[in-house]
Design a binder for this molecule. Structure first.
Ligand code: RIB
Ligand code: CA
Length: 314
């Protein structure tokens, strides 16, 4: 596999944090050009801090971290402390990280990095609201030529919403940004709740991760013990879904996943269904098939990969 040049845009969140650790574990496959952060699970000042904390705990020294948009394009920001805790990565140690926050705005970093790159050479991996990506496209549409693929965590079809009855959190927070990205005309892979709700952790998996014996394993287990409580109560499951790690797992081994090229549109007007992803799975419209919609995963293969990769970290 040719080493992929990627920019990760995230809103840590425990599942974003585990996604970052998974990405750090495969430097031979993933060249992380930078980590950008956006307001989402918790406000921006905490998502940017959390990305720096996780990067520092993983012992990663050569990746720069940027803060981006602190609110959606049009809507008022909503956050999800009720899921992730007041700090966003509750279960992880919270401290003022030594890793500096870059002065450059994340949107400008994305634009500058893409502008200096070859055509179709950069993979974007957004796992929070799509505000930064959309604002970069709006500010300089020419960067689209440089994007090879966008691998998004967001949306839902059969699973229904996790924030409103019809909307998944990342899309609901900024549906106008999602509309810009979905209509950008570049290859998009979407990891919706339909697949992320098939990679639910449980006590046995959490214990196996904790027993890996390294600091990163203990960090992941500690975050999962906090994170799992919400889904255990809401869905009666034995643990929480690993939404965001699905994006990096796809880049490391796409054969773990099954998807279909379909049209995905987003509701940006109706109050009742704002942020709903309308998926033309059975091709009843002539709309362009703009997304590779992932709907199934080899669960055992996913968790085998996750544990194998986390064991490679410090
Ligand atoms: O709906 C789940 C998504 O919203 C995940 O990316 C989670 O981290 C939150 O950002
Ligand atoms: Ca996220």
């Amino acid at each position: 596999m040719k080493r992929k040049n990627i920019i990760i845009d995230c809103d840590p969140g425990q599942d974003d944090a585990i996604m970052l650790l998974l990405a750090f574990s495969a430097p031979e496959k993933l060249n992380i050009l930078g980590i950008t952060t956006v307001a989402g699970n918790v406000p921006l000042e905490k998502t940017q801090r959390n990305a720096r904390i996780i990067t520092e705990l993983a012992g990663i020294e050569n990746i720069k971290i940027y803060a981006g948009c602190d609110r959606p394009i049009k809507k008022k920001l909503i956050t999800a402390e009720y899921v992730h805790g007041i700090e966003g990565i509750d279960g992880a140690p919270i401290f003022n990280p030594k890793i500096p926050l870059e002065e450059q705005h994340a949107v400008d970093f994305i634009i500058e990095t893409l502008s200096l790159s070859e055509d179709d050479s950069i993979t974007l991996v957004p796992t929070g609201p799509l505000t930064n990506i959309a604002q970069a496209i709006k500010k300089n549409p020419k960067i689209l030529n440089k994007i090879s693929e966008i691998v998004i965590m967001g949306g839902a079809m059969k699973e229904g919403g996790n924030t409103t009855p019809s909307a998944e959190f990342n899309i609901y927070v900024d549906p106008h940004a999602a509309e810009i990205v979905l209509n950008a005309g570049k290859p998009i892979v979407i990891m919706p709740l339909d697949v992320t709700h098939k990679v639910i952790t449980n006590t046995e998996i959490t214990n196996r991760i904790e027993k890996l014996g390294n600091k990163s394993g203990k960090l992941v287990a500690s975050m999962l013990k906090f994170y799992n409580r919400f889904d255990e109560k809401k869905y009666g499951s034995d643990g929480g879904p690993l939404h965001d790690p699905c994006t990096i797992a796809y880049l490391l081994d796409s054969e773990l996943f099954i998807g279909k090229q379909v049209n995905v549109s987003v509701e940006t007007k109706s109050e009742l269904t704002l942020g709903c992803t309308s998926v033309d799975f059975w091709e009843v419209t002539n709309k362009s098939k703009n997304c590779f919609w992932i709907y199934d995963v080899n669960k055992d293969g996913f968790f085998d990969m996750l544990l194998r990769q986390i064991s490679k970290l410090k």
